[in-house]
Design a protein around this ligand. Structure first.
Ligand SMILES: NC(=O)c1ccc[n+]([C@@H]2O[C@H](COP(=O)([O-])OP(=O)(O)OC[C@H]3O[C@@H](n4cnc5c(N)ncnc54)[C@H](OP(=O)(O)O)[C@@H]3O)[C@@H](O)[C@H]2O)c1
Length: 365
């Protein structure tokens, strides 16, 4: 832990100290947690259009790892207008509580979600944040595990990109993960036959518990293409791809004519710049497949429509809220690494203890 020699966001004498994770170097190759350093920085008072917030929950996402490559093309630039840099705070999606506000329509105590610096307390432009619209007794964290980019990505991939139809066979990789498990529920609710791919017997049992009709354990099968074929002897209509790489190659061999592949993410490539390319493109040609990537952000305007569908699935028990959560800002670098070892068993979050305690009046549930 280091004290940052250059205050990152100082203003007047009113600045106060807070914990921060800063970027130490570009994260190339296998992810290592020392690309982030825990230190302190100063936080000033908010100016017009800004809010001072306590960060309650950080969302730990594969995209954070890609931002850490410090390459010019990344989705953080689209979200906040700039990328990360060495010495600057790490950033990510979070739920925050407003301490004081200089922004119209936002008051102290409001709960917001959006991209913030990985700090316990921060000043952020209000225009970048959205009000958390809590329904009934749903947990606040569900606004990162379901009612967020996660639920939007699962809905977009299946309903907008792949346009699933009842009776179709849908294959989903990283099916035990945050996005994959929501996708399994959405596809089941649409009347599809669902095959999940996951690593290890425990995760496969989980995926079966989410309602999948068959599961393939890619870590314990000598021939992934043959295992997918066994699970889907009549072929796959839709592949919801979270991982790319060898899994995509194997899935291509199982696709039926006219099949659709919705590229949600490429876990196998993020940590491995030398990952082999896709070899089975011939199947795209002869089976006239459609492969389409998408970003949840491009469908953000439709989130209320998706959330009302997901709320119904949550009420019916077709999907569940689940978080793999640790306490304290200092745990975030290791949490991020779990994604690439498959060591997470649900949506990864970090709870910022002090802030959550303060938000709940000192009594955490
Ligand atoms: N397009 C969008 O807007 C959007 C939005 C949200 C997320 N995503 C993407 O969705 C994917 C899942 O993200 P998430 O946040 O839900 O994470 P997650 O699925 O909760 O965690 C990632 C999982 O990927 C699997 N994995 C890791 N390395 C792998 C490899 N080399 N080969 C095969 N599987 C591997 C692991 O599961 P196993 O233990 O089963 O291997 C791991 O638990 C990511 O690719 C992410 O970029 C995209």
């Amino acid at each position: 832990m280091t004290a940052n020699p250059i205050p990152l966001s100082t203003d007047a004498a009113t600045a106060s100290s807070t914990a921060v994770l800063t970027v130490t170097r570009a994260a190339r190759g296998e992810y290592a947690p020392d690309v982030l350093d825990l230190g302190t920085t100063l936080v000033r008072e908010p100016r017009t259009g800004e809010v001072l917030v306590d960060v309650l929950y950080l969302s730990i996402d594969p995209t954070n790892r890609n931002w850490l490559k410090l390459e010019p093309v990344n989705t953080l630039v689209d979200k906040v207008g700039h990328g990360l840099s060495v010495g600057a705070p790490m950033m990510g999606e979070a739920i925050v509580r407003v301490i004081s506000s200089q922004a119209e329509g936002i008051s102290a105590g409001d709960l917001l979600a959006g991209v913030v610096p990985w700090q316990e307390r921060a000043v952020v432009p209000a225009a970048r944040m959205r009000l958390v619209d809590l329904h009934g007794d749903e947990p606040l964290e569900a606004h990162l595990t379901i009612f967020s980019h996660i639920g939007v990505a699962a809905m977009v991939g299946l309903h907008e990109v792949a346009r699933i139809r009842s009776g179709e066979t849908v294959l989903i990789s990283a099916a035990a993960g945050a996005t994959g498990r929501v996708a399994v529920g959405i596809a089941k609710a649409a009347g599809c036959r669902v095959i999940g791919i996951a690593g290890g017997p425990d995760k496969c049992a989980m995926v079966q518990g989410f309602g999948a009709d068959a599961v393939v354990d890619y870590k314990n099968t000598p021939d992934l293409a043959a295992a997918i074929n066994d699970a889907a002897p009549d072929g796959v209509d839709v592949y919801f791809d979270n991982v790319g790489g060898a899994t995509l190659d194997a899935a291509l061999l199982a696709m039926r004519a006219g099949g659709r592949i919705a590229v949600c993410g490429l876990m196998a490539d993020y940590d491995d710049p030398d990952a082999p390319g896709v070899r089975n493109m011939f199947r795209v040609l002869v089976r006239h497949l459609r492969i389409e990537g998408f970003l949840a952000a491009h469908y953000w305007h439709k989130r209320d429509e998706y959330y009302s569908h997901l709320r119904r699935l949550l009420r019916e028990g077709v999907i569940v809220h689940a978080a793999d959560m640790t306490d304290g800002l200092g745990t975030a670098p290791d949490q991020l690494g779990k994604l690439f070892r498959g060591a997470n068993n649900a949506k990864l979050l970090v709870r910022l203890d002090a802030a959550v305690d303060a938000a709940s009046g000192g009594s955490r549930s």
